[in-house]
Design a protein around this ligand. Structure first.
Ligand code: PEP
Ligand code: MG
Length: 533
């Protein structure tokens, strides 16, 4: 590996860091973006470049040359009496490691989990932490690091609970084992006893707010929670969520090489609905495919899995029997609990009609068995642009819409949501996304339907005034965000938000929308609850 490869690798790392920096700036985490900017400066330092190049020309392998050139700098920081400088040594090591990985063509981002998970690692570099997909990583715990290390600071900026510095953790935890992570206490409980979970509600980890979220001018916004399993539902209940706005049913199917029976599904759904009591739970039918493989349901590989046979498509095209089992289980539970059903990845009216036909047949079976109850409300995820554009027709067929802004943004910009380099492109505050949402809400209103948002956008404090202004009825967020989002809603005036949202629809891009929010004092720092300031 010569000087040219070294120059290319350094350039590659600089580009990647600059992209992540832009994403952090866009998310309002400017102080944290500065950490990665400092790393870019290191890579532009002529002392480093020249020193490493000389070593490479002298025959030293490029990765060793970079490590040797940076070592004195890291050592100097480590020897400083100031803990702030000591922590910066890890940032230098991180830069060296990033260049090494780029030289060897290794990925910089840890492999993604299949369901929302806590990442457990010996160490995570700041650049890796910043690259974590927040839709799948709900927190992390590492053996190395300190609370003042940039990795932990970045985690806070990204809103991820993190515990660092637990020796022996990686060997103590198996893949898939339940963990209770308490970012405030700095504790990780492996295999927590069930009775440990409700106690979270009385601790600072989970701020509890069961009061309704009503804007200053009297508009109620439901603040529900997303859940991927029973523990999430228990946390959501403890946090005071108004319901479960998205129950990702994949969890019922993961972790086993057997598909769950209808009775097993009923038992799991009953546990979740019982945890929520009188509050509604929206069950999303299985959303898997080649992009989210299921051990129990192997599918042939596809060239473009995100555009392939996933979600409702898989159920209708290949496994209507699975959909029938799932909706029968849902109907049985809905007879006793406020359960609603939602289909993912809908593109056309025809798909909704087919799914409803399967539901109607299942309802006959359930009625024949005497387990019928009140009619179960049925909705769809609006996450494919064709569904957003066709919302007026679709609204005639369903009771509600839930905007899956993660996929809607991905498909609208044709930007793979797992590719960090495209993060800034797929900006959910871009007026193109806002226009889609506006269109969907207006179509829903014409037919007397309600609209929720269950993508990450609902947990984004920048987006809340816009979503309220566009007339969204429900926000479904991460359990720890429930109280914060409710507090934010209470500080808003819905009529003012509507005016700002209407203006945002006409702007040039996401940054212009953020500037408008700042001008109108609707950015996250102005909306922070008084007690946090
Ligand atoms: C979405 O696409 O916004 C969504 C909520 O679904 P998922 O993230 O599970 O694809
Ligand atoms: Mg989706």
């Amino acid at each position: 590996m010569g000087a040219d490869e070294l120059a290319r690798a350094i350039e590659q790392v600089k580009v990647r860091l600059s992209v992540t920096t832009a994403r952090l700036h866009a998310g309002g985490a400017s102080a944290e973006a500065g950490i990665l900017e400092a790393q870019v400066l290191m890579l532009e330092d002529p002392a480093l470049l020249d020193g490493a190049r000389v070593l490479v020309i002298g025959g030293t392998p490029a990765d060793v040359a970079v490590a040797q050139t940076m070592a004195p700098f890291a050592a100097m920081l480590r020897a400083s009496p100031d803990p702030v400088f000591q922590a910066r040594a890890a940032d230098v090591d991180d830069v060296v490691e990033q260049v090494r990985r780029a030289l060897h063509g290794l990925s910089d981002v840890p492999p993604l989990p299949l369901q929302p998970s806590i990442v457990v690692a010996r160490d995570l570099a700041p650049s890796q932490t910043a690259g974590l997909d927040r839709t799948l990583v709900v927190g992390f715990a590492t053996e190395q690091g300190t609370a003042t290390a940039h990795t932990a600071i970045l985690a806070r900026a990204l809103g991820l609970p993190a515990v660092v510095g637990i020796p022996g953790l990686v060997d103590a935890v198996a893949d898939g084992q339940p963990l209770l992570l308490d970012g405030d206490e700095g504790t990780v409980l492996v295999d927590p006893p069930p009775d440990a979970i409700p106690h979270l509600g009385t601790r600072a980890t989970l701020v509890v707010d069961a009061e309704p979220a009503i804007t200053r001018d009297g508009r109620r916004v439901e603040v529900g929670s997303n859940a991927a399993n029973l523990e999430d539902a228990q946390r959501a209940a403890a946090a005071g969520a108004d319901g479960i706005g998205l129950l990702r049913s994949e969890f019922l199917f993961l972790g086993s090489d057997q598909l769950p029976t209808e009775d097993e599904q009923v038992a799991m759904l009953e546990a979740v609905t019982e945890a929520m009591g009188a509050r509604p739970v929206i069950l999303r039918t299985l959303d898997v495919g080649a992009d989210k493989p299921l051990p129990a349901l192997p599918q042939p590989p596809e060239a473009n899995p995100a555009l392939g046979v996933r979600g409702l498509r898989l159920q209708l095209l290949r496994r209507p029997d699975l959909l029938a089992d799932q909706v029968r289980a849902a109907l049985r539970v809905a007879a006793k609990h406020p359960l609603r059903l939602m289909f993912p990845m809908v593109s056309t009216l025809e798909e909704v009609r087919q799914a409803k036909a399967i539901l109607a047949a299942a309802a006959k079976d359930v009625n024949a068995a005497g387990a019928n109850g009140p009619r179960m409300p049925v909705g769809i995820m609006v996450e494919v642009p064709a569904a957003a554009i066709g919302a007026d027709l679709l609204a005639r067929e369903v009771d509600f819409f839930s905007l899956g802004t993660n996929d809607l943004t991905q498909y609208l910009f044709a930007a793979d949501r797992t590719n960090p380099e495209l993060g800034p492109l797929a900006d959910s505050l871009h007026p193109a996304v806002l226009q889609m949402i506006d269109q969907v809400v207006k179509a829903a209103r014409r037919h007397g339907r309600w609209v929720g948002v269950c993508g990450e956008m609902a947990s984004d404090l920048w987006a809340v005034p816009l979503l309220v202004g566009l007339g969204v009825d429900e926000l479904s967020v991460h359990p720890p965000m429930v109280a914060r989002i409710k507090a934010t809603v209470r500080q808003l005036n819905a009529a003012d938000c509507a005016e700002v949202a209407a203006a945002a629809l006409e702007l040039e891009g996401g940054q212009a929308v953020r500037h408008l929010l700042e001008q109108r004092h609707l950015e996250p720092s102005s909306l922070r609850p008084r007690t946090d300031r």
